[in-house]
Design a protein around this ligand. Sequence first.
Ligand code: CMC
Length: 370
Amino acid sequence: MELRKGLEDIAIKETSITYIDGELGRLYYRGYSIFDLASFSNFEEVAYLLWYGKLPTRHELDDFKSRLAEERSISEDISTFVKRTAKFGNPMDILRTTVSMMGLEDRSEGDLIGKAIKMTAKIPTIISLIQRTRRNQEFVEPDPSLSHSENFLYMIRGERPSPSDTRVLDVSLMLHMDHEMNASTMACLVVASTLSDIYSSVVAGISALKGPLHGGANSEALKQFMEIETPDNVEKYVMNKLSSGQRLMGFGHRIYKTMDPRAKILKEYANQLSKNEEIKRLFEIANRVEEIGIKILGKRGIYPNVDFYSGLVFYAMGFDPDLFPTIFASARVIGWTAHVDEYLKDNKLIRPKAIYVGDLGKRYVPIEER
Ligand code: CMC
């Protein structure tokens, strides 16, 4: 039996949701280029596309938007829990627990996409409540008259965002919605393949996304730029980091061997948002890290990934750094649930093998003789 560490180059399902061309740096959702979707589409339309496999008509989109908007409120129990834990808890731990609570509260059977819509609608409310509680600010009730992204920023800031800020968040969320068979999607499928429920799958997805090699990399990347302090320090910092065997956060990808197309789009937004001194300086540092990082690692196919510039964008938009992975999760929940839905149409229990390398036939030694 062949050992494939990290399941590298192993396909576990056929999919018509997402295609990645890792050599050319291209990404497609349901056949549409991410560049076109980022230019012409919006959060609700792309969520619909991923779940239902086609772009909605005007009427379908209007219905879908209202359905999402109606589901934004969270229960009293969830709200109390978030308020009690926001000041000390890791936001991904809080999010994981609240999704688990949603599962406990929802006793209905079936309707996987309906439940996915509920989670997608409620997660921004939870994220906003975490940030506002920590800042001793009053909770802002979701406004169903606003789009998903406009409402998300409205709940975070307490005032309606500009159309350009709303657009930046909208596109950023679209870029995070799906990415084929990444670690967190795989975690969701492992759970779903046992015929467990969709909330349990999403809890597994959040748990996997939390790690710094996956969705946790966005806050780590920003932390890195903050530690560097000035563009003049970049070269020394990068050399020290790499020569001591550490990884450049926001660099490298299992599939992309060139610049991640999502990073290209987010870089543009980070540049656009570089209005005050701090963000300008961080953007300059990031640019320099990108340049030096590519010079050293590019020949090995290690380039900036989605997490390299996303943290800077989220920070400039007013989110706390340790909330970034939860923003990632708020969008990826769509991809997770779309993949679970697709997988369950032809389910097969996921049960790989391990190659045993231990001893056999050992004599059991009673505890007194050990
Ligand atoms: N900095 C320095 N070296 C790196 C990096 C990096 N960011 N990424 C990979 N390498 C090296 C690694 O040290 C290894 O070298 P060697 O063969 O000499 O031991 C080689 O490249 C292969 O690395 P790997 O970990 O075996 O390859 P992988 O396909 O499992 O790695 C990765 C993918 C994302 C885990 C890795 O690139 C990494 O740790 N990156 C930093 C964390 C990060 O930015 N994660 C976000 C990933 S993309 C979005 C997401 O999923 O959230």
